[in-house]
Design a binder for this molecule. Structure first.
Ligand code: ATP
Length: 418
């Protein structure tokens, strides 16, 4: 039986991953998980999300098939005990898939992908649930059924690309207090396991980035490309007591949210890979955010490197008109929020006033030509000169402290970096 869960938490506590971790312990007597529990990140631009738009699923193989109803009751009871129903924005959803058909698999493979890349209606989840007679329970406005069904769908259909995250949870008595983690041990764990793990620390910004600051039950999460790697890092970290930990398989750091598109096809609240040419010098706006505008076939879009992206802004600031780039990120308010950029070609040429007598000639006014201040000679046009640039073509990404859950870090790209 596949069990999908979503939308049980609030900003003031709880976390659906923790509810799943507790549920997994409760399910031990009933059977074995067929695969790692799935931690699925859905569309990062959904306004209803509490934090990272996560949904969870497990696939359990029963010791005794007759336990199916008992397990459903146990799941429902656990959600009803632990979900934060009082929070207006918490609308839990639970989905149970017991017998799958090819047509269900076909529908879910599309639905689950859309939940990561698109904006869905609750009605669409309910249509699929009723079309395939999938057992489920939704609470309040039932929005959680979208994420619960999407996560269950990935458990059924598989993930095209995945990574792992080991999440360590705090003892309940510590929830809400400052996290006690020995920073030296975290930097040492990173040094011993990177690049098989990533985003534990941010070296450039001298920060630990794997622990949240919110009052939820998570102590920290270690991301990596194998269970072995995340467990090795875990074994090196010294911290307050860990109540429990779970290794999740996840679509985090896979770029699954990104749609390859033309600038003219862009829609709000979706995430894209776009290609274009820089059309203006980048501008810095209040707050230290950098905006650069790119264009393709006459349609343009502004791309932003916001202040939290720190040193990444240096690269964006160096762009100039004529540079050819590929940008990666989510679109909000007609602006693409940059997660990565690939600079394919730098414009190394510039139109400049001609040189005469070792000095630049002066413009005599619009379309009036140029005059040498020393010898008085006149030239009609500017000349093309090769200029120095302070950046190189290549792939650049935001630092770990600004990384979004779904964003694929460059350490995960193969050599060709496409
Ligand atoms: P946390 O990360 O702390 O677990 P969260 O950020 O996952 O919290 P939720 O509380 O799960 O946020 O709220 C997100 C809500 O949006 C859920 O009800 C989910 O079903 C719904 N949702 C997720 N993806 C989409 C989508 N693509 N379209 C419409 N609704 C979505």
């Amino acid at each position: 039986m596949i069990i999908g869960l979503d939308d049980t938490d609030s900003r003031d506590g709880m976390c659906t991953t923790y509810l799943m971790a507790v549920l997994i312990s409760k399910l031990i007597p009933y059977g074995k998980l067929k695969d790692y529990p799935l931690l699925i990140r859905l569309n990062p631009n959904i306004k209803y999300k509490t934090r990272g738009n996560a949904a969870l699923a497990i696939d359990i193989e029963f010791n005794d098939r007759n336990d199916s109803e008992k397990v459903k009751e146990l799941v429902i009871d656990t959600v009803e005990r632990m979900a934060v129903f009082s929070e207006e924005n918490t609308n839990p959803g639970i989905v149970f898939i017991e017998n799958s058909t090819q047509s269900m698999t076909n529908d879910l493979s599309v639905f689950s992908m859309r939940a990561v890349q698109d904006v869905l209606e609750i009605r669409e989840a309910k249509e699929i649930l009723s079309r395939h007679d999938i057992a489920h329970k939704g609470y309040k406005n039932e929005r959680g059924l979208i994420g619960a069904l999407a996560a269950a769908g990935f458990a059924l259909c598989g993930l095209p690309d995945y990574t792992y995250e080991l999440i360590a949870y705090r003892e309940q008595k510590s929830w809400g207090s400052l996290r006690e983690i020995d920073p030296g041990s975290v930097f040492a764990a990173d040094a011993a396991t990177h690049p098989d793990t990533w985003d534990t620390v941010d070296i450039e910004n001298e920060r630990i980035v794997f622990a949240p600051h919110s009052p939820d039950p998570i102590l920290f999460g270690i991301r990596g490309n194998s269970e072995e790697a995340v467990r090795r890092a875990f074994s090196l970290i010294r911290s307050e007591p860990v109540e429990r930990h779970v290794v999740f398989k996840t679509n985090q750091n896979t770029d699954m949210h990104l749609i390859r598109a033309k600038i003219q096809e862009v829609k709000e609240d979706r995430s894209y890979i776009l290609e274009g040419v820089v059309i203006k010098p980048p501008k810095t706006i209040t707050g230290g955010h950098i905006i650069v505008e790119i264009s393709e076939n006459g349609t343009s879009i502004e791309c932003a490197a916001f202040e939290p992206t720190k040193g990444f802004r240096r690269i964006i600031r160096e762009l100039r008109a004529g540079d050819e780039v590929k940008v990666f990120g989510s679109v909000k308010d007609r602006t693409l929020n940059l997660e990565k950029i690939r600079i394919d070609r730098l414009n190394m040429q510039e139109l400049r006033n001609p040189v005469c007598c070792d000095k630049r000639m002066k413009s005599m006014g619009k379309e009036q030509g140029y005059r040498c201040g020393k010898c008085g000679s006149i030239r009609k046009e500017q000349v093309i000169e090769t200029i120095q640039r302070n950046i190189l073509p290549g792939f650049y990404e935001v630092p770990p402290c600004a990384r979004r859950h779904l964003s694929k870090p460059l350490v995960r790209f193969s050599k060709e970096l496409n």
